[in-house]
Design a protein around this ligand. Structure first.
Ligand code: NAD
Length: 301
């Protein structure tokens, strides 16, 4: 009985986030710089780490522009911009995370790369530090297993663009402790976002539901059931979706959509998740959506 109450007290201690203790962000690309921005806006000292100094410089520029947009919109005081920017440090060295309370990883979606990053973080961050991943599809349990602190590893899946989207999926790995989950839920709410806790199964909730819908829309196009525009119109006007599934696929990247369908298919072992052959063919052709100027639609510039 005594041992149990001690455990609960220790776990409760994690729930209190320390506004003076740094939060690390690894990878300063699309997601990483957005995550650093919202942490700094919430008052946390932030340390962004990237292997590329140029990426760190670009990230700082992106954050500044994003904050200036908020000033123009009237949602942030002009005097706040420099205060927020000063909270964000930059480094190329993981040793700098020795005193961080949480480190959020946002490096590219490659399992071997993320495992290497988690090994390095486990060596460099203090033993009480929580290691979170922004992965869209890699099992948290697998990342946790390369560390000596699987109870302090968790998924924190932000949506793009981070400063705008208010959902964060919190993914509990096989060994994630209640204290770790509670701390990350607290942090998420402090960022003005809504945490939704999910278990560690392929695609979590967001991609498990979204990607099969996109894949089915591509099947409809391949089978000639309706035109590209009509498929998107049905979902926009009929279901009140802000954009049709084929437009959304172009926005996300067709390679990303294919990769996630493959993760669902392999991880859940059900043929209902088989990627549509047309999706595969478009990726083979290099028509990846907006980022290559061509996907289901063509994009100027
Ligand atoms: P990105 O390519 O824009 O940025 C990745 C950054 O990581 C780059 O700046 C790169 O230099 C850096 N990096 C690479 N190796 C590193 C290392 N070993 N250590 C430190 N930094 C390293 O990628 P992104 O789109 O921001 O995606 C990051 C993660 O977020 C992925 O897991 C992705 O699945 C997930 N995610 C992306 C989106 C999205 O819409 N882009 C949405 C939700 C989740």
């Amino acid at each position: 009985m005594q041992a149990r109450s001690r455990t609960i007290r220790q776990e409760e201690a994690y729930v209190v986030m320390d506004k003076h203790r740094r939060i690390g962000v690894v990878g300063s690309g699309t997601m990483g710089n957005g995550i650093a921005q919202v942490l700094a806006q919430a008052g946390y000292p932030v340390l962004m780490m990237d292997t590329s100094p140029e990426a760190l410089d670009r990230a700082a520029g992106t954050i500044q522009k994003s904050l200036e947009r908020l000033v123009k919109k009237g949602t942030l005081g002009a005097e706040q911009v420099s205060v927020i920017l000063e909270r964000i440090g930059r480094t190329t060295k993981p040793e700098a995370f020795h005193d961080a309370q949480v480190v959020i990883e946002a490096v590219p979606e490659e399992s071997s790369l993320k495992k290497e990053v988690f090994r390095i973080l486990d060596e460099n961050a203090g033993s009480d530090c929580i290691l979170a991943s922004n992965t869209s599809s890699i099992p948290i349990t697998e990342l946790a297993a390369v560390t000596k602190r699987p109870d302090r590893v968790i998924g924190m899946h932000f949506m793009n663009p981070v400063p705008v989207m208010t959902l964060v999926e919190i993914i509990r790995g096989h060994a994630t402790s209640d204290g770790t989950a509670a701390a990350i839920e607290t942090l998420t709410r402090e960022l003005g976002k809504n945490p939704v806790t999910v278990q560690d199964y392929p695609g979590f909730i967001s991609n498990r539901v979204l990607m099969p819908m996109i894949n089915e829309a591509v099947f409809c196009l391949m089978e000639g059931i309706a035109s590209r525009d009509d498929i998107d119109t049905v979902m926009k006007l009929g279901m009140n979706h802000p954009m049709g599934p084929l437009t959304l696929a172009d926005f996300i990247g067709l390679d990303v959509c294919l990769h996630i369908m493959e993760v669902l298919h392999a991880g859940l072992g059900d043929d209902k998740y088989r990627p549509c052959p047309l999706l595969r063919r478009m990726v083979q052709a290099g028509h990846l959506g907006r980022k290559t100027g061509r996907g289901f639609y063509a994009y100027a510039g």
